[in-house]
Design a protein around this ligand. Structure first.
Ligand code: GLN
Length: 489
């Protein structure tokens, strides 16, 4: 099964060459064997997945039609609500929270006949870039277990890279799908803001959050996007399909984009490690050989993206996280002296350090007297960044950048230095501020045999073209086929 992609497995299950029960058992065995070390999962649904797999096998045996993910074992990040198991957000405050409904994406996975084998670890409330901010457990990078898997979708990324599921869902507020995909040598797609429903995704920065797939290759990402994309009346920010028609993201995926114009940003190169710069340059050369025209572009407000993001995201987070008050949801302190202590102690005990830092930053940025100077200014910068992309996309179809300035760093290396950690997102954050889609795919390995990721950005709702552009590179390279040694052990 290590050799199969999600699509290949799905086709074999549909053809009766392997049953979903066999595939699910294999994945559960791999989790049993390797997840003690990798630590990708917060919960694993052994019994329930086998029951579901058996149901799907029955449908296939009876000749009934099955969905696009027929019998394929997948995982979801533990900030998406499920009626089965807990939805913890890797936080002590929600450790025992059981959601009363399934997130829209979970409903869609189930309707497509996927088998959800478990829920994966993350930085608490998706705040972080290494999964070290999880209050529940540590996840390591399958390529080097002394290193972080990236974050905040570190559990989903490590699970896919470690072959502990066939594909997974993550969420991306400032890079949390693309950055861990880059660190773990897999493909991760952040769709356009509004392409996928956020209903049932525990909110962090509502104007930035977007759910997307993590998978072994570009086609599997397209398949997952086919399953989860679309308008949802329960999420007013999900886009009406009349304005932005949905398409089959697998259609024509093998067809190279003609007259392709790729933008590169010369000022970006300087920020990344030499080996990453080289890998990106080689990738750009390959596109050139494939007929693409390479055009230098300018994103003049790029340097302000991190500052603007940490105002907007923390402001929204401080408001979104106000609901954890010891009354409505989750952890409540024992024996409070008065009702003020119900709030303050529940929150003090329930939230981790980084979450508290963000709530304080965001509350400060929104407070009277500072609102104009910080929050409003950040919104203006956000607009300038959006305009930079609009201008750039008049000249090019897509933009290539590194995903991260370094490859996966050591566990503990940056955790006490929030600014360094925030800088790890310098290439990914502006796509969230602008709402545009971005994909991360493997484009090399450094001297430590750690994966290097390339990011490709495209205009809003051009996921189909973005996937085709990514596929052009993937079909000429083998980086996505290499596996971490741990899975063969
Ligand atoms: N690393 C960024 C942060 O800490 C982005 C997180 C995310 O995309 N969820 O906010």
């Amino acid at each position: 099964m290590h050799e199969l992609t999600a699509i290949q497995l799905r086709d074999k299950i549909k053809a009766g060459e392997i049953t979903s029960t066999q595939a699910t058992k294999k994945v559960l065995q791999a989790i049993e064997k390797h997840d003690k070390i990798i630590g990708a999962y917060i919960s694993v649904f052994e019994k329930q997945s086998l029951e579901r797999a058996a149901e799907i096998d029955k449908k296939i045996a009876a000749g009934e039609s099955v969905g696009q993910l027929a019998g394929v074992p997948v995982a979801v990040k533990d900030n998406m609500c499920t009626t089965f198991g807990a939805t913890t957000c890797a936080s002590k405050i929600l450790e025992n929270f059981h959601a009363p409904y399934n997130a829209a994406v979970v409903q869609k996975l189930l309707a497509a006949d996927a088998v959800i084998v478990g829920k994966t670890n993350l930085d608490e409330f998706a705040m972080g870039s290494s999964t070290e901010n999880s209050s529940l457990k540590q996840t390591v990078n399958p390529w080097d277990t002394t290193r972080v898997p990236g974050g905040s979708s570190g559990g989903s990324s490590a699970a896919v890279a470690g072959r502990l599921c066939m594909a997974a869902l993550g969420s991306d507020t400032g890079g949390s799908i693309r950055q861990p995909a880059g660190f773990c040598g897999i493909v991760g797609l952040k769709p356009t803001y509004g392409r996928v429903s956020r209903f049932g995704l525990v909110a962090f920065g509502s104007s930035l959050d977007q759910i997307g797939p993590l998978a072994l290759n570009v086609e599997d990402c397209a398949l997952m996007l086919n399953v989860i994309a679309g308008h949802d009346p329960n999420d007013s920010t999900s886009v009406d399909e009349k304005n932005a028609p949905l398409c089959d993201y697998l259609e024509n995926i093998d067809k190279p984009v003609e007259n392709l114009k790729i933008g590169i940003v010369p000022q970006f190169a300087a920020g990344a490690d030499k080996q990453i710069q080289n890998a990106i340059n080689n990738a750009v050369e390959l596109y050139k050989k494939l007929g693409a025209q390479i055009i230098e572009i300018d994103l003049p407000h790029f340097e302000y993206a991190i500052a603007a993001y940490y105002m907007v995201a923390t402001a929204e987070a401080s408001s979104n996280l106000a609901r954890y008050d010891g009354v409505h949801y989750g952890h409540r302190t024992e024996n409070p002296n008065d009702y003020i202590e119900v709030y303050s102690k529940s929150r003090e005990e329930g939230f981790g350090k980084e979450v508290k830092r963000r709530i304080m930053l965001g509350t400060y940025a929104l407070s009277s007297g500072y609102y104009d100077a910080y929050y409003l200014k950040a919104l203006k910068v956000r607009n300038l960044i959006r305009t930079d992309f609009t201008n750039a996309f008049e000249k090019v179809d897509s933009i290539i950048t590194p995903v991260t300035p370094t490859t996966a760093f050591k566990i503990g290396e940056k955790v006490d230095d929030p600014l360094q950690m925030y800088l790890a997102d310098m290439y990914t954050i502006s796509a969230n501020l602008a709402g545009i889609p971005g994909i991360s795919l493997p484009c090399g390995f450094d001297d430590n045999n750690l994966p290097i990721g390339m990011q490709i950005l495209a205009p809003a709702f051009e996921e189909q073209k973005l996937l085709r552009i990514a596929k052009m590179f993937e079909s000429k390279t083998d980086y996505h086929k290499k596996k971490p040694a741990i899975i063969e052990s």
